[in-house]
Design a protein around this ligand. Structure first.
Ligand code: CAA
Length: 703
């Protein structure tokens, strides 16, 4: 048979179908066609059974996402799965790498599944705003049980081969070479007269599901799904697997898949998928740029941030040395790390032994000379330029030539920090987000003199420690925090104009933000911004009271936010639940009166527009100035660093969906209401709006 991505040979009486469609064996049309033809031809050849295996780094990693939204091309995946399932000859899927989505569903249509121990399987479709559309919602509950299926499909998280074997999803773990092991396994099955096991033939015992189970699962999901439709539709499909015959269940799955795939939510989430991968690429660097070897890392500062960063490296087995100014501070820092790991153990997400192993990768010192051999240093000390310059001067003196010196600063100028050394080419920003061991974003900040291989190394090590990386050039606050300025200012102005803290947070959370801006200020601590404002005022900057007067008054009343039990809200000491406070309402009214602001009812639509459009406008400036490489990079920063809803695709994607003319017109209207010092349309936004264009089109033209 001749197919560019699928080959077939008979080895030792077993027909071996090999898929080879780099990089991830996605189920393209050619691949589907190749499998279909191979299975059909094998029905009448000399083979006794078949093995479906993949070349390259992984088993089939799913549908070809680039084909979504385009006219369907036959054969469909469902057609192939019917051929596989109905094959007269037994078919074994042989899994390595990651069998995901349609790839895992293909294996579930096979009669048996074997895998090497390092393999992972999963149904990540929910992360793309869709549901498994090739029988996954029908077959997994039949073989693994309803609860396990719901957990697997609604989280989208892959599981190890061992976990999958415990759930009956994998029949055999192969030691050694997968291909020969799978052939032997197929032969053993034939020799033992093993039946053609079709998962579709299993009936779920409906009486084993307690009444009301699906409804309560839906409600529980709705809280964490933040308005996404796919999780709800997945529950409907799994419910159908219990209540309906297989073919009716498959039909419902297909219908709901089509609903999801055509939704703006899925469009947005697919955008995030590709933007994430794009963001890791530095435009003016070749993909094969040589990188420096990072075998040992040092962290300067054992606070919450430094400790979290140290954990990121320990988690992937890279030894880390944490430096603090004295033994007491060092012990405190190491204690925070131990406590963080213990919490993970208590939650059952890590074993004691794993925790002990990770801790062996972290050690402490108070001596700079102990950092002489490290390959990468990440400084995470106070946001004080003098202290940072002193730290980098010391690092320059002790670190070996070629060591990379990074700052985790959120705001400081990387070029000034680099100037404190004699090796500015080795200096860059690596800006983590708190808590650093949890948050996925890493802003890699390129100084004027940062060398190309240093940047490429930072991107690569970021990926290794599980971060999503985006490149920023130097400016105050880099991409993320710079954009946040206008968002916070509008939240504050909305209070003065008539919205309550609870209304503002509810509108933002309904939009999909994990936490509204007012609650977020309380969580971060109102004193942080207060101190920053004091410093800026001391430096001669004139601050508009509309942007901070209530926040400042709260700090002066000792209301610092959650940590002092009250900020914009009061907090229930036990549950930490937000409780609206009439005292704050009175404070807001008094300040509005003092500033001559006539308060009025403000609807959720206006709240969302006034919060989101400053992000978009600043994003447009950041693009024009070349601070961010692409609109998609900004989206990645917001989705992974600020919990912007992925189902809205990030601020720049969202702007395109709303229509840039609508965004521009609204900003002009707000400018007329609040003044040109607060709202000033970015020239790029204005131009694209007038041309009827989009950020996406502009970004594509710059590539
Ligand atoms: N379709 C199209 N392209 C894909 C793809 C897919 N399913 N999966 C990965 N790619 C592309 C990436 O865009 C990337 O392209 P570039 O090199 O041009 O940037 C390339 O393959 C390599 O991907 P990664 O950089 O992500 O490689 P990795 O080794 O870090 O990770 C992976 C590999 C775990 C498979 C990861 O790519 C991944 O999670 N892919 C998506 C898996 C997925 O969501 N599958 C479900 C698809 S939906 C479905 O199957 C629906 C259905 O029911 C039929």
């Amino acid at each position: 048979m001749s197919n560019p991505v699928v080959s077939y040979e008979i080895i030792d009486s077993i027909g071996v179908i090999t898929v080879n469609n780099p990089p991830v064996n996605a189920l393209s049309q050619a691949l589907r066609d190749g499998i279909q033809k191979a299975v059909t031809a094998a029905q009448s050849d000399a083979s006794e059974a078949l093995v479906l295996i993949c070349a390259g780094r992984t088993f089939i990693a799913g549908a070809d996402i680039t084909e979504f939204g385009k006219p369907p091309m036959s054969p469909s995946l469902s057609d192939i799965l019917v051929s596989i399932e109905n094959s007269k000859k037994l078919i074994v899927a042989a899994i390595h790498g990651t069998a995901l989505g349609g790839g895992f569903e293909t294996s579930l249509a096979c009669h048996y599944r074997c895998a090497i121990a390092s393999a992972k399987v999963g149904l990540p479709e929910v992360k793309l705003g869709i549901l498994p559309g090739a029988g996954g919602t029908q077959r997994v509950p039949r073989i693994a049980g309803v609860k396990a299926a719901l957990e697997l499909i609604t989280t989208g998280n892959p599981i190890s081969a061992a976990e999958a074997a415990d759930m009956n999803l994998i029949d055999e773990i192969i030691e050694g070479d997968l291909k020969s092991g799978a052939i032997q396994y197929a032969k053993d099955l034939v020799d033992s007269g093993a039946p053609l096991k079709r998962i579709r033939d299993i009936t779920i015992n409906a009486s084993s599901i307690e009444p009301g189970f699906f409804e309560s699962y839906r409600k529980k999901l709705a809280q964490r799904a933040r308005g996404q439709i796919a999780p709800d539709r997945i529950v409907s499909c799994v419910e159908a697997a219990v209540k309906l015959p297989m073919d009716q269940g498959l039909k419902l799955e297909r219908d709901l898949f089509m609903e999801c795939v055509q939704s703006s939510q899925s469009r947005a989430m697919r955008h995030v998928f590709f933007a994430e991968r794009e963001a890791a690429k530095i435009k003016d660097l070749p993909a094969n740029m040589p990188v420096r070897d990072i075998k040992r890392v040092a962290i300067i500062g054992g606070g919450t941030m430094g400790g979290g960063i140290a954990m990121c490296f320990a988690n992937v087995g890279i030894p880390v040395t944490m430096l603090e100014i004295n033994d007491e501070a060092l012990e405190r820092g190491l204690g925070i790390i131990r406590k963080n790991y213990s919490i993970t153990v208590q939650k059952g997400k890590m074993t004691e032994a794993e925790m002990a192993e990770r801790l062996t990768f972290i050690n402490g010192t108070t001596q700079y000379k102990d950092l002489a051999d490290v390959d990468l240093v990440i400084e995470a000390v106070f946001e004080n330029p003098d202290i940072k310059a002193e730290v980098f001067g010391k690092l320059d003196a002790v670190c070996k030539p070629g060591a990379i010196l990074a700052s985790n600063t959120s705001y400081q100028n990387i070029d000034n920090i680099a100037a404190a050394t004699k090796r500015p080419q080795d200096v860059l920003g690596m800006h983590f987000f708190s808590p650093a061991n949890v948050m996925k974003l890493l802003e890699v900040v390129r100084g004027a003199k940062t060398s190309d291989d240093v940047l490429a190394t930072a991107m690569q090590i970021g990926k290794k420690i599980g971060k999503v990386c985006a490149l920023s050039r130097v400016c105050y606050g880099f991409i993320g925090n710079r954009m946040l300025g206008g968002y916070g200012r509008q939240a504050h102005m909305l209070l003065l104009d008539g919205a309550s803290p609870a209304q503002i947070d509810a509108a933002a959370e309904e939009f999909g933000m994990a936490m509204g801006p007012i609650a977020m200020s309380d969580l971060a601590g109102l004193d942080v911004g207060y101190k920053a404002r004091q410093a800026r005022e001391a430096a001669g900057e004139k601050m508009d009271p509309r942007a901070h007067c209530i926040a400042s008054a709260l700090v002066e009343m000792g209301r610092l936010g959650q940590k002092s039990g009250a900020g914009y809200y009061k907090y229930d000491p036990q549950t930490r639940a937000r409780v609206p406070d009439p005292e704050v309402d009175a404070l807001i009214k008094a300040h509005a009166e003092k500033l001559g602001i006539k308060r009025r009812e403000i609807g959720a639509e206006e709240i969302v527009a006034r919060l989101m459009y400053p992000l978009i406008n600043e994003g447009a400036l950041i693009l024009e100035e070349g601070i961010a490489q692409r609109p998609g990079d900004i989206d990645i920063v917001y989705v992974y660093g600020y919990a912007f809803p992925s189902a809205k695709g990030g601020p720049m994607f969202y702007a395109d969906e709303v229509g840039l003319k609508n965004v521009y017109d609204a900003i002009c209207k707000f400018r007329d209401q609040h003044g040109a010092d607060i709202w000033k349309p970015a020239p790029l936004l204005e131009r694209l709006a007038k041309e009827g264009s989009t950020f996406a089109a502009w970004g594509a033209a710059q590539e």
